[in-house]
Design a protein around this ligand. Structure first.
Ligand code: SAM
Length: 218
């Protein structure tokens, strides 16, 4: 199965590069380095490089590779950055970011479902990532004790942009977040904080699981 996975990984990643979805060399390198098969459930391993979301535990998903690529490029992560991810899920997105920020950076990822916290921790540990800390809690209000962050990525859909997350972003920081109703059309936004101003760019329509919490859905 390992040879087939390697072939399918090459096919998927060369497609993402050819289409211009993955374009930054450090991000491309991270996608090649991280083994998605280490973050999916045993029964879905053979689909690790299908361009589709896959079920994890508790009706949640590891996002589609194309979506992760678009979000990671929009986030503009840099070596040495301190990044907050809201919605750890499998830990895969955190691993991609950990590769990019390197040993001089740090990833904090927060997840509300404790079984998924264990799943993400186990996957990240097995894959050898030491610059990621996984927290259990409501990430819709951020992670105040570790703020501010250079970048914030939210991997579940919020009803509106949480004020706490804007507050916890450095001046000049970037946040990528899906916003919209639970059942209807959701849009992915790239947000740049410039002093008291917020610049927003619409990246198009997507479908995410809901962000549940104090500044999310009730
Ligand atoms: N980034 C993940 C990965 O790479 O596998 C995929 C995350 S999944 C699409 C979204 C996650 O957000 C789910 O695991 C869900 O439990 C979590 N979530 C929803 N609301 C949350 C909240 N308020 N705080 C933290 N996590 C939350």
């Amino acid at each position: 199965m390992q040879d087939r996975l390697a072939e399918e990984k090459e096919r998927l990643l060369s497609y993402l590069v050819k289409e211009g979805i993955l374009k930054t060399p450090e991000i491309i390198r991270a996608f090649y380095k991280v083994e998605r098969e280490k973050f999916v459930l045993e029964q879905y391993k053979e689909y690790s490089y299908a361009d589709t979301p896959l079920p994890i535990l508790y009706s949640q998903t590891i996002s589609q590779p194309t979506t992760i690529a678009i979000m990671t490029e929009a986030l503009e992560p840099k070596k040495g950055n301190k990044i907050l991810e809201v919605g750890a899920g499998s830990g895969y997105q955190a691993a991609i970011l950990a590769e990019i920020v390197g040993d001089s950076g740090k990833i904090y990822t927060i997840e509300r479902i404790s079984e998924l916290v264990d799943f993400a921790r186990r996957n990240l540990n097995n894959a050898g990532y030491r610059n990621v800390e996984v927290y259990c809690g409501d990430g819709s209000i951020g992670l105040r004790e570790k703020a501010p962050f250079d970048r914030i990525i939210v991997t579940a859909c919020a009803p509106k942009i949480p004020n706490s997350l804007i507050e916890q972003l450095v001046d000049g920081g970037i946040m990528v977040i899906p916003v919209g109703p639970i059942t209807h059309i959701q849009r992915l936004f790239k947000i740049k904080k410039e002093g008291k101003r917020i610049k927003t760019k619409d990246l198009g329509f997507f479908a995410f699981v809901p962000l549940i919490g104090r500044e999310g859905f009730k």
